[in-house]
Each structure stands twice: as structure tokens, then as C-alpha cells.
Design a protein around this ligand. Structure first.
Ligand code: ADP
Ligand code: MG
Length: 689
């Protein structure tokens, strides 16, 4: 289902306090001042806040809104809100609907129940939210939502958005330095753009309710492989079932009202797996829109008697879900800086930006890997369906060839005798489809953008984009330092591109990233392979990375350490909840079901029943032993101290125990009568929508 932009329905953006509403509702000078803040990140004149607030309120009340909330993105990874009504008592005992500039600009939710990774203990519990005018206010559930950042009493960021905004600012500064060197004096601002493709599963709500593992953990902890899975590849881009179609229509419409550019909806590889791709926009909006998208997917699924699973691996044996983060850099005049141009100078600039990305990804593989680390995503990265945990860049043959020629001082074309010189030659146009053939690369150049494919489906895109913006800004700042001092600009530029490629070409890999050989080859090249979250996260607090973030003002060291703590703790807590849910299911549902079946078998006077009973009995002994073993390791977790030690304990001790308990249970599932089994099977979950 493709909707072209010119056919965007009338409802588009009707619940957003966007540009056209602002122009209509605000005095001209206020509109212009606000616009400058939105487009150029200029500080907002506090005196206009009251006027903007009044206009917002008037607009919202006309639409039946009675409440407002500061909408923010704490470290939980989901959004948070605290509703207040516009209601305000008057002196004569009446009420008016009021919303002041002060209420628009600053809020004070209690921060003490949000993860702060130690920031709370050292500083005050109080947290503040502050209006982020660069993302539009919108109406959700009859509430006016004000996008905000969230920070502590002492000014430390407590959310995902603050570092993202900081990183966009830093990238803007460094990219502008480069553009000025190329003689561009008209672009006023550079932003990164993102189009995140969101994968998800839909299952029947009634079946979902019967699975405690789905309810508590968002993924199945048990489940034998059904006779049919995804092996026929008949679901990918297949006909969309009416019930799912109705959900998608509804979702698109609600998203459009909120100004989210939902564009493409299709079936994915696994049964009952789907994808939604929006049209790209600036990273701040794309991030907010992705949060709204995930929230609405869940909410609208329920309206259709469905449940939306955003977990990275809801089912073993079929594909998990990811999020492809299409990322590029663009000027305010709309020039895509990762698009090869038509003139030698444009090409030179393109090659420089490309080199910056290559250098950044190679030097900060660890950070990119850490930015997508979560217990859910550990099931995907490195498994057969998703890019491996090893970072590498796919450039495509033509582009790689060009860089090879520049590096070795060879002519590009066999017919040509002249060495390929940056800034002198026009690059050939590479058709987009030749750069997009490789679907196994974790970080692929797709003609005019990079597609970072390692993100998990449930995670906020703020973290990975904060890292991307920062590391590319760092590379650009080093380039600018050198070019600004250069006596001969084009010679220095040529050397820069050549040296960067020479120094970092190990990160370029155009082959099949899913293959065993690549894992070995990557090790020979010295590329990192951080398989689990527990291995990936510690890099956040390594000196080289602390230096990077503090140099650019993205995170203070305290903020970084707190984030490391929060995420490691989240890893352990998630695994603990999963382990405990398993025990709950085993003791309360599975073992009783098995004993029930055995009792009935023993009352059946026939040889077959006796033989089956023996098998089931043997398996149930195994299951019981494994259950007790799981119980023991979970009990043992309480005495393990230290952040890293605990994470390793969960990875090395708890996960294997969970896997063993599952293996025995799944085998039993295949032996036991359906009416005895306490929850819906994979076959029912995957094929009954
Ligand atoms: P496909 O990958 O299905 O062929 P596209 O390559 O056109 O489709 O786009 C995939 C995603 O990339 C979409 O969400 C799209 O909006 C996004 N995208 C396209 N151009 C850019 C860009 N310059 N910056 C960021 N995202 C982009
Ligand atoms: Mg794609």
C-alpha cells in the first residue's frame, strides 16, 4: 500500500500544533521568533512563551482537549507523561481554562521513580522537564502533549532526548565547517535525517492473554516448533489478511493525524510479522514519531482484538524484529550530503563526508554496537536472520572501486590513463539498486544514505543516532582542523580521503555478513565481535569514549556512568523476570499438566499408553531437574555483587539454565495431548490472526 505525498489525506497533521496552525494562531513576530528557534536552534525569547501557550491552549480546547502533559523520554526507553488539567479556579468561584507560558516551558515531575543509575543518590530526586520547541506539540488521547527534555536538579540529563539534541547540534557545527571550506556560505544549518523502518508481530489478543510469558516478558519463553514456520517464504510481501489490513488502515490514519509520515506497510518474513516504514524526516522528529508509532501500534492492535509484539525475538525458530535506521545528513536547503553530486567539487565533498562515516564507524565500532545492545536484541545479533554483532560497512562495488583507485593512485576506468583525483573527476552515477543488493550488512550504503540495521525493534532510536551523530561529528572535526590549516586545499583533501580509506578500509565488507567465513575474516581484520549486551556495554565507560563524549558535550562522565549502570541493571532485571516467569509457568502450569496427563495415561489399559507414559515420565523427570536447577541459579543471583559480575552471571549461568528448562518443556509439548497443554502453541499464535 503506497500513498504518494500529493494524496496525503486531509486529516494529515490535524492533531499537531504544526507550522500552518502556528502561522494562523500566532502574531507574526512571535511566529517568526518561534520559527527561528525551531529551524536554527536559536534560544527562545521567554517573553513569547505566554503568547505561544495561549495559542496552543486555544487551539487544543477547540478540539475538546482539557488536559496537557509534558511528554518526555526517560531511560525506560518508553515515553512518560503526567497530566494536568487546564482548569483554574477564579476569585468568584468559577473556573477558566488556563495554560501559562511557565507551564509550557517548564515542568517538575517527580524524578525519583525513573531510572537514574546513581544520579538520584548523589543529587536531588527532583527532575525537571523543559519544552523542546524543535518538536511540535500534539494531541493524544484528548491531551495536549508538549515534547520536552528531562533533567535532574543539577542539570544532568535523565532522558534519551537531551543527548540526541546535543549530538545534532555538534554535527551541525562540524558539518558547517566543512561546507564553508567548500565555499558553501548559504547553508545555515545541517541536520541528520532518519527514516526508521519498524518491524512488529501481531497475535490474537485472546491467545496472548493465555501466555504469561508474552504478558510478562513480551516474548515466548517456551514453545515447540510448529510443523510449519517460515520455510515456505510465503508470508513476505504476501497478501495482507483483512484483519491486519483493517489494523494497518487504522494505524496509518491515526499516525497521519499526528503528522507521522507512515508510508509503506507490508508483511515481513515470519508469519504474522509486519513492517511499517515512514518517510524520513529530521532525527529529532523521527525519534519522537517512532515513539508515537510504537505506542499507537500497541493501542490500535487492542482495538482490533490483537496484540502488537515489539520484542526483538517473540518466537524462537522464526525471524525476530528489528528496526532499520536509514540515516543521512542534509543542509537546511535540502542538499543531501551523502548523495554523490554532478560536479567534481560536489563529488569531492561527498567523498569527504563518506570518508568521515567510514572513519567514524571503524573507530567507534564498540559504541555503535553498544548503542543497540539489549537483552532482547542479543537473540538477534549474530543469529542467522540478522546482521552479526560485528560492525562492517557495505559500500557496493562501484564505490569501493573508486576508493581503491584513489588509495592506490590508479585510474578508475581501464580506458583511462589518468589517476583518479578527488575534486577533479566526476564520479560515475551508481544506480541505487546496485548499492542496495546486500541485505546482510549491518551498515549499508544505499545510494544516498546509510542503513544501520542492527537496531532492535523495541528500542528507542535516540541512542544509536546520538552515537552516529557524535562519531561522525568527531571525524568531521578532525578533517576540518586539517583542511582549515591546509596550504593547498585540494591536495590535502585528496590525501585525507586516501589516508582515511587506507587506515579504515578493514571496516568495508561487501560480502555475505551472515557467513561463518566472515566471522573468521573479521577476526583477522581485528574487528570487534561483542556478542552480548554484557560484553558490549562496558565500552561506554572506557576512557577513549568518555573523552569523545565530554569533548563534544554530549554526555558528562557522570551521565555516561549512570547510563552504563542503568543499562547493565536493565539487562539483569530483564533476565531475572524471564527466569522467574519460567519458574512460575513450570511449577504452576507445566509440571501439573504433565502429571495430569501421566495420571490419565496410567489409567489407560493399553501397551501404547504405557509406552508413551514411560517416555513422558522420563522427560518430566528431566524437566523437573532442570526446573530445580533454574531455581537454584536464580536464587544464587542474589548473592552476586557488582554491576559487571552480575551481568556476567546472568549471561553465563542463568541463560543456559533457562535454555535447558525450555528444551525439556518443548520436547514434552510435542508428546502431550493438546487439551492438557496449558497455553496456546506456536502454531496457534503464529497462524491464527
Ligand atoms: P527501500 O529501502 O524500501 O527501497 P527507500 O530506500 O526509499 O526504500 O527508503 C527506506 C527508508 O529510508 C524510508 O523510511 C525512507 O524514508 C528512508 N530514507 C530515504 N532517504 C533518506 C534520507 N536521505 N535520510 C534518511 N532516511 C531516508
Ligand atoms: Mg530497508
Amino acid at each position: 500500500m503506497k500513498v504518494t505525498d500529493t494524496r496525503m489525506p486531509g486529516c494529515f497533521g490535524e492533531l499537531v500544533f504544526g507550522d500552518s496552525v502556528m502561522r494562523e494562531k500566532l502574531p507574526k513576530d512571535v511566529y517568526r521568533a518561534l520559527k527561528r528557534t525551531i529551524e536554527n536552534g536559536k534560544k527562545l525569547d521567554p517573553s513569547i512563551a505566554n503568547i505561544v501557550a495561549a495559542a496552543m491552549k486555544e487551539w487544543a480546547v477547540e478540539k475538546g482537549v482539557t488536559h496537557f502533559t509534558h511528554w518526555f523520554q526517560p531511560m525506560t526507553g518508553v515515553t512518560a507523561e503526567k497530566h494536568d488539567s487546564f482548569l483554574c479556579p477564579t476569585a468568584d468561584g468559577g473556573i477558566i481554562m488556563d495554560f501559562s507560558g511557565k507551564e509550557l516551558v517548564k515542568g517538575e515531575p517527580d524524578a525519583s521513580s525513573f531510572p537514574s543509575g546513581g544520579l538520584r543518590a548523589t543529587f536531588e530526586a527532583r527532575g525537571y522537564t523543559a519544552w523542546d520547541p524543535s518538536s511540535y506539540a500534539f494531541i493524544k488521547d484528548s491531551t495536549l502533549c508538549i515534547p520536552t527534555v528531562f533533567y535532574s536538579y543539577s542539570g544532568e540529563a535523565l532522558d534519551k532526548k537531551t543527548p540526541l539534541l546535543r549530538s545534532m547540534e555538534v554535527l551541525n557545527r562540524q558539518a558547517l565547517r566543512i561546507l564553508r571550506l567548500f565555499g558553501d556560505n548559504t547553508s545555515a544549518r545541517v541536520v541528520t535525517t532518519v527514516g526508521p523502518e519498524q518491524e512488529y508481530f501481531l497475535v490474537d489478543e485472546a491467545l496472548w492473554r493465555q501466555r504469561k510469558d508474552l504478558v510478562y516478558c513480551g516474548r515466548t519463553l517456551f514453545g515447540a516448533k510448529p510443523p510449519k514456520g517460515q520455510e515456505l517464504e510465503d508470508h513476505y510481501f504476501g497478501m495482507i489478511k483483512p484483519r491486519v489490513q483493517a489494523f494497518m488502515r487504522d494505524l496509518d490514519e491515526e499516525l497521519w493525524k499526528l503528522g507521522v509520515y507512515a508510508k509503506t506497510e507490508h508483511n515481513e518474513v515470519a508469519p504474522c510479522q509486519h513492517e511499517l516504514a515512514p518517510v524520513f524526516t529530521n532525527t529529532n522528529l523521527a525519534n519522537d514519531h517512532n515513539q508515537i508509532t510504537m505506542e499507537l501500534m500497541k493501542k490500535i492492535a487492542e482495538r482490533h482484538g490483537l496484540r502488537c509484539l515489539l520484542h526483538e525475538k517473540p518466537f524462537a525458530g522464526v525471524n525476530g524484529s528489528g528496526k532499520h535506521n536509514n540515516w543521512s545528513i542534509s543542509t537546511d536547503l535540502g542538499q543531501n550530503l551523502l548523495e554523490p553530486g554532478d560536479s567534481p567539487s560536489e563529488n569531492a565533498q561527498f567523498l569527504l563526508f563518506l570518508s568521515a562515516v567510514i572513519k567514524a564507524v571503524d573507530e567507534y565500532q564498540d559504541l555503535l554496537r553498544a548503542s543497540v545492545a539489549s537483552p532482547g536484541n542479543d537473540h538477534r545479533l549474530g543469529a542467522n536472520e540478522a546482521p552479526p554483532a560485528i560492525l562492517s560497512i557495505f559500500l557496493g562495488e562501484e564505490l569501493t572501486d573508486i576508493l581503491e583507485c584513489i588509495e592506490s593512485g590508479r585510474p578508475y576506468d581501464a580506458k583511462d590513463k589518468e589517476e583518479l583525483k578527488v575534486g577533479v573527476h566526476i564520479l560515475p552515477r551508481f544506480p541505487r539498486d546496485t548499492t542496495d543488493r546486500n541485505r546482510t550488512s549491518p551498515f549499508a550504503f544505499t545510494g544516498n544514505k546509510f542503513e544501520f540495521r542492527m537496531l532492535g525493534s523495541s528500542a528507542s532510536i535516540a541512542g544509536p543516532n546520538t552515537i552516529l551523530n557524535t562519531i561522525v561529528a568527531e571525524a568531521l572535526s578532525q578533517f576540518a582542523d586539517r583542511l582549515e590549516k591546509a596550504e593547498n586545499f585540494s591536495d590535502t583533501l585528496h590525501s585525507l580521503v586516501r589516508e582515511t580509506y587506507r587506515g579504515h578500509k578493514r571496516i568495508v565488507f561487501n560480502g555475505n555478513s551472515y557467513s561463518e567465513e566472515w566471522t573468521e575474516e573479521a577476526a583477522r581484520r581485528g574487528l570487534l565481535n561483542l556478542r552480548t549486551t554484557a560484553e558490549a556495554l562496558p565500552c561506554l565507560v572506557e576512557k577513549k569514549n568518555i573523552d569523545l563524549f565530554t569533548r563534544h558535550g554530549i554526555y558528562t562522565e557522570t551521565e555516561l556512568r549512570s547510563r552504563y549502570e542503568i543499562q547493565m541493571e536493565n539487562y539483569c532485571k530483564t533476565l531475572s523476570i524471564e527466569g522467574l516467569t519460567m519458574l512460575d509457568i513450570l511449577y504452576k502450569d507445566l509440571l501439573p499438566a504433565v502429571f495430569h496427563y501421566l495420571r490419565d495415561l496410567s489409567g489407560t489399559e493399553c501397551g501404547a499408553a504405557k509406552s508413551l507414559a514411560e517416555q513422558v515420565s522420563a522427560l518430566s523427570s528431566e524437566l523437573y531437574v532442570n526446573t530445580q536447577a533454574l531455581q537454584n541459579v536464580l536464587d544464587g543471583a542474589q548473592s552476586v555483587v557488582g554491576t559487571a559480575g552480575r551481568a556476567e552471571y546472568f549471561r553465563d549461568t542463568v541463560i543456559p539454565a533457562m535454555q535447558e528448562a525450555r528444551a525439556a518443556a518443548d520436547e514434552l509439548e510435542n508428546r502431550i495431548g493438546r487439551s492438557y497443554w496449558p497455553y496456546p502453541t506456536y502454531g496457534e499464535l503464529l497462524f491464527q490472526v
